[in-house]
Write a protein that binds this ligand. Structure first.
Ligand code: UDP
Length: 238
């Protein structure tokens, strides 16, 4: 018998860098196609998928501020970068026949819809992937915080933080061969030990509103579906 997914509605957080592939900047067409294919698999299994994509492959406000730009302007540019990524993901999904809608936290409604929670939930119920763009709409926040906020708002069963490593480790596995992967963690451990999972604002939001979090490797084919089937994958934070 085919195993049914354990989760009905998820929020998938991708960093902008996840779209770069081997590149140093921007969007790699093959990489975004591959991620869209993974998302297609989830939709076809009946899972409702919301997505938040960062903008770090294009601009980050903090980096622009270091280079001398006004921080708020830099953050506005960072938020617009997330819209560019969201549009690219919408396009990649639609090429696969998957309906998708970009909803932005800042008004740019000639390009995409405004974020309205009830409308977002309706899209999800109809099997459309909703890509939440422009973060929280406020400077000084990150798309990790936007992901935890939207996950709670839409009543997701699970927040998935997709990264380049297959979970949270005791040390950086690239630099330290003895680093061990945590299979499970609790939110206070993440905060107390300052484990690099998501920023503290996002972790506190997940903890306070009881949003389980799974950290997994988006470059590992099938990892997403494996986690959603309830199989051992990445690190679970509860
Ligand atoms: N950003 C913001 N408010 C938000 C979310 C994002 O100002 O609610 C800006 C901020 O400048 C950030 C940039 O958008 O650096 C891109 O987001 P993020 O750094 O989270 O992207 P990621 O690292 O996930 O690619």
């Amino acid at each position: 018998m085919v195993k049914a997914p354990k989760y009905k509605r998820i929020l998938l957080k991708l960093s902008g860098e996840a779209l770069m592939g081997e590149g140093q900047y921007g969007i790699d067409p093959d990489t975004i196609k591959r991620i869209a294919e993974e998302v297609e698999g989830l939709v076809k299994a009946g899972i409702e998928v919301g997505m938040v994509i960062g903008g770090g492959n294009i601009f980050r406000g903090a980096g622009l501020a270091e280079a001398g730009m006004d921080r708020v302007t830099g953050d506005h540019m960072g938020m617009l970068a997330t819209v560019i990524n969201a549009l690219a993901m919408q396009d990649a999904l639609e090429h696969r026949g998957i309906y998708a809608r970009v909803m932005s936290a800042i008004k740019i409604n000639q390009i995409c819809e405004d974020y309205i929670r009830r409308r977002a939930v309706r899209h999800l119920e109809k099997g459309r992937v909703v890509i939440f763009a422009a973060g929280t709409g406020n400077p000084f926040f990150t798309t990790d915080s936007a992901a935890s906020l939207r996950a709670v708002e839409i009543g997701a069963d699970l927040l998935i933080k997709a990264t380049k490593v297959d979970g949270v480790y005791t040390a950086d596995p690239v630099k330290d061969a003895s680093a061990q992967r945590y299979r499970t963690l609790d939110f206070d451990q993440v905060l107390d030990q300052r484990l690099a999972v998501m920023d503290a604002t996002a972790i506190v939001m997940c903890r306070d509103y009881k949003m389980p979090l799974c950290v997994l490797n988006i470059n590992k084919p099938g990892a997403l579906m494996n986690a959603l089937l309830g199989n051992e994958e990445g690190t679970f934070v509860r």
